[in-house]
Design a protein around this ligand. Structure first.
Ligand code: MG
Length: 319
């Protein structure tokens, strides 16, 4: 209610202007801000050259009380990279398709007014962030949902944009089927600095939460606030090897064979003998031969709607 809201609260909205919406999202946002007694938001649009990092840094310089990432998982990831480790909370205004983080946290993906209201007045929880260093780069990057080296990333790269706009996540399934044939790559994995494991893999995925889309749980038991990184490896053998992978996924990695393996850890390192496509939260980031994943527990404050959360996502579903 406007009367009980603290006066002079300021927020920045980092918005991806390329996401088409049925309503005037800026006017709608301003309306909810007024209703909740917040000042007019600082409106910062992303560009192809700077998809959110610079805008989030600007918001932090302005010492706002909250930064809302308005866009898809890519915008959320760039804003979160700057907010992680600070005390400034992030809200989400999901636009476009995908929005996996929002879906995991029960933030409305088709009700923008409700999403903005949850960002301004909702409960605040801390979630884990996974730092990723690609090919021993100086700067690390982060992801919130999942990252993939190999098949999964090739699938993201191959997903046709126009199809993605039309049918959303089904487009990824279409790309997945077209990507099925291909050669595995000799890969070495070290989990928490342990003895290196060698496998001929099609894909290594790192997960921070379990739900991927339409109820599909790629990382069973993964939670976004448990301080653990989930790793999934896919190693089909031979022409019909994907049958073994599907069977392994259905058995959730239990049983004989190494077609599907799951690991939980705080740190994982992957070396591939030849370059593989790499993807984080749906953003295709080119090829890589070395990836270092490092868990940063409870590094990000997130605003989400009040109410019980899915115990498959948060360790403590009731705040
Ligand atoms: Mg976890």
């Amino acid at each position: 209610m406007a009367t009980s809201a603290p006066a002079g609260r300021r927020a920045a909205v980092v918005v991806n202007p390329s996401k088409r919406t049925d309503v005037d999202i800026r006017a709608l946002t301003a309306q909810v801000f007024r209703e909740e007694g917040w000042e007019e938001p600082l409106w910062l649009e992303t560009t192809v050259e700077d998809p959110g990092h610079g805008q989030a840094r600007k918001a932090l310089e302005e010492q706002v009380d909250l930064v809302i990432a308005a866009g898809g998982d890519g915008t959320v990831r760039c804003v979160a990279a700057e907010l992680a480790g600070t005390d400034t909370p992030m809200g989400l205004l999901p636009l476009g398709t995908g929005n996996l983080l929002a879906r995991n946290l029960d933030i409305g993906v088709d009700d923008p007014a409700q999403a903005v209201r949850a960002a301004l007045t909702g409960t605040e929880r801390r979630i884990d962030v996974v730092h990723v260093t690609v090919d021993e780069a100086v700067d690390s990057d982060i992801f919130l949902v999942m990252a993939g080296l190999g098949y999964d990333a090739g699938m993201m790269a191959d997903t046709r944009d126009e199809l993605k706009d039309r049918i959303g996540w089904l487009a990824y399934v279409d790309a997945g089927i077209r990507n099925l044939p291909g050669k595995p790559v000799r890969t070495t994995i070290s989990i928490d600095g342990g003895k290196p494991i060698q496998r001929r893999l099609r894909s290594v995925m790192g997960g921070n939460c379990g739900k991927i889309t339409g109820g599909l749980e790629i990382f069973p038991g993964a939670r976004i606030d448990d301080g653990l990184l989930d790793i999934l490896t896919l190693a089909p053998k031979g022409r019909l090897g994907w049958i073994g992978v599907v069977a392994g996924l259905l058995r959730r990695g239990k049983g004989k064979g190494t077609a599907v393996e799951y690991f939980q850890c705080k740190r994982a390192e992957v070396w591939a003998d030849s370059p593989l496509e790499f993807e984080m939260d749906g953003d295709h980031l080119g090829e890589a031969t070395h990836i270092l994943f490092e868990m940063d527990p409870n590094a990000l404050r997130i605003r989400m709607p009040y109410g019980k959360k899915d115990p498959a996502v948060l360790t403590n579903p009731e705040p």
